[in-house]
Design a protein around this ligand. Structure first.
Ligand code: AMP
Ligand code: MG
Length: 419
């Protein structure tokens, strides 16, 4: 059986990232939070745009200080936002405020705390260094070079930088569309408005997976519930493939008589790359690609590329663990995000409870990562049945026990995947 690392490599190799020219949206910067830049952004302006003061104080000519420590203050103050100030003559200085443009000739600013004003003359209390408190034009960024690279995910800080660079419109990758379908004749939709009959449960995966897909920056396309009947499932899978870039189905990938997903994927000509993986929970994971030639006719741009299919097990914990470990990175790569987003992030934390595993498969134990006195700690969930959706609440980390690692005692360090 394929290992977790092999599965991750295999999946990432299947993913052909979107093309910046074809799979691109041109959108307002105000709508760009969380999106991925589809081309390098450069600015035609230097940052700072002009030499300016980093402090409230006095702008002066450093060379003058060789002769005197007493300078004459020119009439006009230089607050931020006024035009070009008058040049400084020998022996002069100017009252300047943070962001104010340095007058021609000035090359140094003395903080107001370090100087004493006496009418129109200024006595320095310190010996400044040349260039003190001056933000030189182009010191932070040179016009024309890359300001933010393609593949960067736009967060608050990138938004601020792009705004400063006057990028009102940005080119971003379109968001992958991810269809989600739940297989199982026992499932009932949350909003079906009828009480559960014996043997039925609510389709909770639909909601959890939809949330995970959105968190991953993709567009969730919930298809709903499909009973374990081959023809209905085939129709649903075909529809999902036609509308989405990626399909996630939960349930029906195990070895039971009513687990049809693999058989149907074979039937429609999918290339099944993974049929099981040595991960716990999540062993019956199915991963396939559906080549363009096998897809039903749908003349939109999405149908021209092959589609990625994840059949995750139906147990809520298994479905979520498989998503976090394998699907999230694939969506990131598909959507053009840079490499650092393709892989989960692991944190070393102190286990606050004993962690047990059978040791045959790489085991992911869910729980809560928190900081205490600056150190990460991991509180394991109360119960690790993969069918227990209740114990998943509060999860933001998965402790990883490698193959053959069966025990991590409380107090020991453990690697935790942040989710
Ligand atoms: P399966 O992978 O289809 O064998 O399902 C494994 C277990 O997960 C069964 O107990 C199912 O009832 C449960 N299950 C399957 N799909 C869902 C779902 N969408 N929401 C909640 N539980 C599910
Ligand atoms: Mg099932």
């Amino acid at each position: 059986m394929i290992t977790v690392t092999e599965a991750e490599t295999c999946i990432l190799n299947l993913v052909q990232p979107f093309e910046p020219d074809r799979d691109r949206d041109r959108i307002a910067l105000t709508d760009a939070l969380g999106r991925v830049l589809a081309r390098d952004v450069a600015s035609a302006m230097d940052f700072p745009h002009f030499d300016n003061s980093a402090m409230d104080g006095y702008a002066l000519r450093y060379e003058d200080l060789a002769q005197t420590t007493k300078l004459s203050i020119v009439d006009a103050d230089i607050p931020a936002g006024t035009g070009v100030p008058k040049p400084l003559e020998r022996g002069q200085c100017a009252r300047i405020f943070t962001g104010g443009m340095l007058p021609e000739g000035a090359d140094t600013v003395v903080m107001q705390e370090d100087a004493e004003r006496d009418g129109n003359s200024l006595n320095l209390k310190i010996e400044p260094q040349q260039g003190d408190y001056v933000r030189r034009r182009g010191e932070f960024y040179r016009a024309g070079s890359t300001l933010i690279p393609s593949g960067a995910r736009i967060s608050a800080s990138e938004l601020g930088v792009l705004a400063a660079a006057q990028c009102k419109i940005v080119d971003v990758y379109r968001q992958p569309v991810v269809a989600i379908l739940s297989t199982g004749s026992e499932l009932v939709d949350l909003y079906a408005d009828r009480s559960l009959t014996p043997g039925q449960i609510i389709d909770s995966n639909q909601y959890a997976l939809t949330a995970l897909v959105k968190q991953a920056g993709a567009i969730a396309y919930p298809i709903g519930i499909v009973p374990d009947r081959q023809e209905e499932l085939l129709a649903a899978i075909t529809r999902a493939i036609a509308v989405a870039d990626v399909v996630i189905s939960s349930g029906g990938v195990s070895v039971g008589d009513y687990d049809y997903v693999d058989r149907l994927l074979d039937r429609i000509g999918a290339d099944i790359c993974i049929r099981a993986c040595a991960i716990k929970p999540g062993k019956p994971l199915t991963v396939a690609t559906i080549p363009a030639r096998s897809q039903a006719e749908a003349p939109d741009r999405k149908s021209q590329r092959s589609k990625l299919y994840f059949g995750v097990p139906g147990n809520p914990a298994s479905a979520m663990v498989c998503f976090w470990r394998f699907v999230r990175g694939a969506i990131a790569k598909l959507g053009g995000a840079e490499k650092s987003h393709w892989h989960p992030k692991f944190i070393k934390a102190i286990a606050l409870g004993d962690l047990h595993a059978q040791g045959r498969r790489e085991t992911y134990l869910w729980g809560n990562l928190s900081l205490s006195d600056g150190y990460w700690q991991f509180t394991p969930a109360s119960n690790y049945s993969s069918g227990n959706p209740v114990s998943l609440a509060g999860t933001n980390g998965l402790a990883v026990l490698r193959v053959n690692q069966t025990y991590v005692p409380a107090g020991d360090e453990v690697l935790v995947m942040s989710v």
